[in-house]
Design a binder for this molecule. Structure first.
Ligand SMILES: [Zn+2]
Length: 353
């Protein structure tokens, strides 16, 4: 659990792990906490030792019962002050060396790249307008109080949120990688499909013998870009850019099957699997083709690349079933649609195949 950096937040002494954590945060001067001794009235109300002066009679505020001024054996801790200046200072130390600037008027960090990236601290930043740009896809969030955001709109970007203390522990390279991945523009260039179709017409064996080796070599060469794109998908995992939607329908099937593209591609596209790729130049890929592919694999993982989008729906159903059994996509089919996506994203030039 992350401790909410929230004014008046109270932690019991017996919650010792969190108390230890909260003391560490205080040592870094991000908050001030106060220790309080108390006892509990028979009605259940906490009576704090320091809440009455010596002359006063000590009466329970709830039931009015008289309380003895002794034996305040229990203890809790309350957050009395949050040092926003110090929090910003530590974030500046982390973010400025990698090119982020703190905008005083909006109280957030910005990075000017191909696309602007913003790091927002919801408790103090002014950010509504910024969220409308790119639908919030260019924003990262540093949370002081994660619990509070669970009921808000920010929930939809939870994969791009970090509790401030965890964020401060991150190394700068990780933050840079995340920033870069958010800059990716994931629009598909319209002429890629035309080019690929022309190539596929060259000869029946062209796809298997020329295109695939070239495609795999490029995937290897551009593995860094590929990883950055996968990270982008992961950070956006709640929206449609991270989904491959497959239309099923028919008796016994749901209307749609939605593949989590991040998981699907990261499980399938690993350079050490490229040696075993099965390749099919076909106008339709059927469940029997799929069966044959698996039969030749000796129980290992399967990466299949096919030149068509016309995949019999039972194939997708089997792929998802096998994921449920193995907890990862053991069998990954890259259809034409995904080939185009990869060509386009990784700027793979196919003129020279
Ligand atoms: Zn009482």
């Amino acid at each position: 659990m992350s401790i909410p950096l929230r004014l008046k937040y109270v932690l019991e002494e017996k919650d010792y792990l969190n108390v230890k954590e909260v003391k560490k945060i205080e040592e870094k001067e991000l908050i001030s906490i106060k220790e309080r001794n108390y006892k509990i009235c028979s009605c259940g109300t906490k009576i704090y030792e320091n809440s009455f002066s010596d002359e006063q009679l000590l009466l329970c505020s709830c039931c009015g019962k008289r309380i003895r001024k002794e034996n305040f054996k229990e203890k809790d801790f309350i957050i009395e002050k949050i040092n926003y200046k110090k929090i910003i200072k530590l974030l500046q130390n982390k973010l400025e060396p990698i090119g982020y600037k703190f905008l005083d008027d909006k109280r957030l960090f910005s990075y000017n790249g191909e696309k602007p990236i913003y790091i927002i601290i919801p408790e103090i930043s002014s950010y509504n307008f910024i969220l409308s740009e790119y639908g919030g896809q260019n924003c990262l969030f540093i949370m002081l109080d994660e619990e509070k955001t669970k009921q808000t709109l920010l929930q939809q970007w939870q994969n791009r949120q970090w509790w401030v203390m965890d964020f401060l522990e991150k190394n700068s390279t990780d933050i840079e990688d995340i920033s870069k991945s958010l800059q990716k523009n994931i629009a598909i260039k319209p002429d890629v499909e035309e080019k690929l179709d022309l190539l596929l017409k060259k000869s029946p064996s062209f796809f298997e013998q020329n295109f695939i080796p070239y495609f795999l070599e490029q995937l290897k060469l551009k593995n860094k870009d590929l990883q950055s794109y996968l990270l982008n998908l992961k950070l956006n995992s709640n929206d449609l850019t991270n989904s491959k939607v497959i239309v099923l329908g028919g008796a016994g099937y749901p209307d749609f099957l939605i593949l989590n593209l991040y998981k699907y591609l990261s499980d399938g596209l690993k350079p050490d699997k490229y040696g075993e790729v099965k390749r099919y130049n076909k106008t339709k890929f059927t469940i029997s083709d799929y069966g044959t592919a698996l039969a030749h694999s000796n129980e290992g993982d399967n990466l299949m690349i096919v030149s068509t989008d016309d995949i019999q729906k039972e194939v997708w159903v089997k792929i998802v079933e096998s994921m449920r059994i193995n907890n990862y996509f053991k069998n990954v089919l890259i259809d034409k649609d995904l080939i185009l996506l990869l060509l386009s994203l990784l700027k793979i030039e196919i003129n020279g195949v």
